[in-house]
Design a protein around this ligand. Structure first.
Ligand code: GLY
Ligand code: MN
Ligand code: MN
Length: 384
């Protein structure tokens, strides 16, 4: 538990590796510990150290604001937890003292690498997260006519998406980015306190996290009027072409960095064609793209981040890995290297994909990606 103030705590979320290993994902896991004792060549003996119930017969039932069941609700007893997990459960008080901080980093690395390839159940959970996220994006588009009239329309959009995320899953998997106009050029715009202007774009980067804690991570950049202006469409089409090139580079055995390189090649060539760059050589396009074009996705938004470079960033893709492809162009409003009409436009298109035997399957294809597709989809939702 982390104190928010005085006797109020932040909502508890178990460590992702604990959730992954045990399947226990609820707020009632605060303070619980999984111990894996090396057990010869068979691997490990697992023991879960859990806080026993505090039923009505227990003093803590009334007096313990953090864990008393009068305050926070019933939790599983040890026998129930054993049935749920298949792991031996003992009282938390039996946890041996001490920990070896020297090996914490190694443990984190091993757990990150174990989580790189998702099994079919995990892919199913990620698909569920994507499907709920799709519904959340539809909710947002339906709410746009109302949000356009609000002094803090971005916040309204964050709230609409958050309602869906909380109603269907555990919540949002990360802070929603609802960035209108030039706010889209701020990569992690989560302040979301701006108004919406129908002449501008809205960059919405949001994901629903399931009750099992798997998150989607999707971005769409939408014209707030329902129609792209010619210059908005020009930028959008270049980012889309880059995303298409990135997606086409996904297959087992491809270097992880290949899809980023493919996407950036298209961006650099496009910027050269527009005359923004003299040519597509070198790294000058990075002024306008800033970040990398994707990452592993799972229980964590930036999943498996402690994996060794040779297993992830410098490694090759494997069937069953789930990742995002999310190129973007962020044309700062005060960037005098750009023609005036391009300044202040930010576009990212972000989709979630699972690596298959011979390529990749788009998990978020229910949300349109082409400009015509986006306009048609928005038109239907805003009229309906
Ligand atoms: N919203 C952060 C990301 O897309 O990775
Ligand atoms: Mn992402
Ligand atoms: Mn994202």
């Amino acid at each position: 538990m982390r104190v928010r103030s005085n006797d109020c705590d932040h909502r508890f979320r178990p460590h992702s590796a604990y959730a992954w290993l045990t399947g226990l994902t609820g707020e009632d896991q605060a303070g619980h510990v999984l111990v894996l004792e090396p057990d010869g060549p068979r691997g490990h003996e697992a023991v879960l150290h859990l806080r026993p119930r505090s039923p009505r017969t227990d003093n803590g039932f009334y007096r313990d604001r953090r864990y008393g069941e009068f305050w926070v609700g019933r939790r599983a007893d040890l026998a129930e937890a054993e049935r749920m997990t298949g792991v031996r459960c003992v009282p938390l008080a039996e946890l041996p003292p001490g920990r070896n901080a020297a090996v914490d980093g190694e443990l984190a690395t091993v757990l990150s690498e174990l989580r790189l390839v998702k099994d079919p159940w995990e892919v199913g959970q990620l698909q569920l997260a994507v499907d709920h996220t799709t519904t959340g994006f539809e909710d947002v588009v339906r709410a746009l006519p109302c949000a356009l009239g609000k002094p803090r329309g971005e916040r309204w959009i964050e709230g609409v998406f958050g309602l869906r995320a909380r109603a269907e899953g555990n919540g949002t998997g990360y802070e929603t980015i609802a960035a209108s106009g030039a706010h889209a050029c701020v990569l992690h715009w989560i302040r979301n306190d701006g108004p919406l202007d129908a002449r501008e774009l809205l960059l919405l980067d949001a994901g629903v996290e399931t009750d099992t804690l798997y998150t989607a991570d999707i971005t769409r950049t939408l014209p707030l009027s329902g129609r792209f202006s010619p210059v908005q469409r020009q930028v959008y089409e270049l980012v889309l072409a880059a995303q298409d090139a990135g997606i086409a580079a996904l297959r087992p055995g491809a270097a992880f960095r290949d899809f980023h390189r493919a996407a950036m090649r298209v961006i650099a060539e496009g910027l050269a064609e527009w005359g923004v760059l003299k040519n597509a050589e070198g790294e000058f396009h990075r002024r306008y793209t800033l970040c990398s074009s994707g990452h592993m996705l799972g229980i964590d938004l930036h999943d498996c981040a402690q994996a060794r470079a040779e297993a992830y960033l410098d490694g090759v893709l494997e069937e069953g890995q789930v990742l995002t492809v999310e190129p973007g162009l962020y044309l700062q409003p005060d960037d005098e290297t750009l023609p005036r009409e391009l300044r202040g436009i930010g576009v990212r298109i972000e989709d979630d994909l699972v690596i298959t035997a011979d390529g990749a399957r788009l998990m978020s294809g229910a949300l349109p990606r082409t400009p015509d597709g986006v306009e048609e989809w928005m038109g239907a939702l805003m009229e309906g």
